[in-house]
Design a binder for this molecule. Sequence first.
Ligand code: SF4
Length: 332
Amino acid sequence: MNLTNSNFQDIPWNDITSFGQKTMLGNPLFSVSWILGRFCNYNCSYCWPYARSNKVDHYDLDLYKKTIDEIKKQARQNGFIDFHFSFSGGEPTAYKDFLNLIEYYSSDIEPKYQSFHMTSNCSPGIKWWKRLVSKLSLLDRASVTASFHSEFANETEFSEKLLFLIENQVYVTVNQVMVPDRFYEYYDRCERFHKLGIPVTLKPQSNDTATEIVQGYTNEMIDIMQIGFPQHDKTNAVFQIELKDSNGNRYDFDQAERFNAFGFNKFKGWKCNSGYQSIIIRGNEVKRSYSCHDNSLGNLETGFKLFDNPRICITNSCVSSADSKVPKCKII
Ligand code: SF4
C-alpha cells in the first residue's frame, strides 16, 4: 500500500475553534444543498432505504424555478449575493428536466459568482454530459462528486466520462464510501482512478440513521481514510476548507468529506451559519441542514423562511459534509 504522507494528521483537531468552506468564509456566498428526490435508476444492494426509491418523486420545473428565485431573494436580504447550488438524490440526473433546471440557475447574470455541484452515479451517456457542460459555461465553477457502483456501472466508461469532464474544466472527485468488508477491493479501484489523474476521496460508511460511522475499521483502514489520496498535488483539485486553532494558526484541508475519518463532527454549542448562509432541501422540505435537530424552515409548496442570523448548534453530531463545511465557530 503506497500512502502519500500528508500533514492532515498534524492538525490539532481538539483545538480547532473555527472553520468552514473557504468560498463561504468572508465571502457573501449562499450555499444550497438540494436532494431533488429519492428516485434512483440504480438499485445497489448496500443502499440505505432512506436514500433511494423506485418511485419518481420529483416536482415540476416551475416549482423548482420559483424556489431558486425565492432562495436568492431571501439570501440577498441577508447580504448574500453569490450562490452555490449543489444537487443530489437519489440520482439527480434522473430528473427529466435537470438540464433545464441548470440552464435556469446559470442564466441569472446578477451574481458576481455562481457555482454548481452535483453528486451523481454518472450513469447518463456521454451525449448527456456534453449537453451539461454546455449549460455550465456561464458559471464560475462547476464540480461533480462521482460515485462508482460496481453492481451497475462499467469502470472504463465511468472513467472516460470523468476524464471528459476534467478536460472541460469541471472539477471531479470520486467519492468512495469505504464499506469495511470490501475495503481493499475499493481501495484498489480508487488507486486505478487516481493513476488516471482522477481525484479520489475515501470516506467512512455512516450508520443507517446517518448519525455515526459504522464499526469494523482497523487502525490501518482509519489511517488510509485520513491520508489516502490527498488532493493538494492534483492539478484540478484544491484545499476547500480552512481551519483555525485557538492561537489563530490556520490549516488547509482538502474536503469536509474527510472530517468523519478524524471524528471531527461534534459542534453542539458552537455558532453555526447553517440556515442563515446555507440551507438544504430534501424533496419538499427546507431545513437548516441534514443533521440538524432544529425545526424545518418550511417547504417548497407553502413557503419557507431563512434565519436572519447565525444560530447555536443544538445537535449532537454533524456527519454530512454538506452540513459540516458550513462556517462555524466555537463559543469560548
Ligand atoms: S448539526 Fe447543524 S447546526 Fe450543528 S454544526 Fe452541523 S450544520 Fe451546524
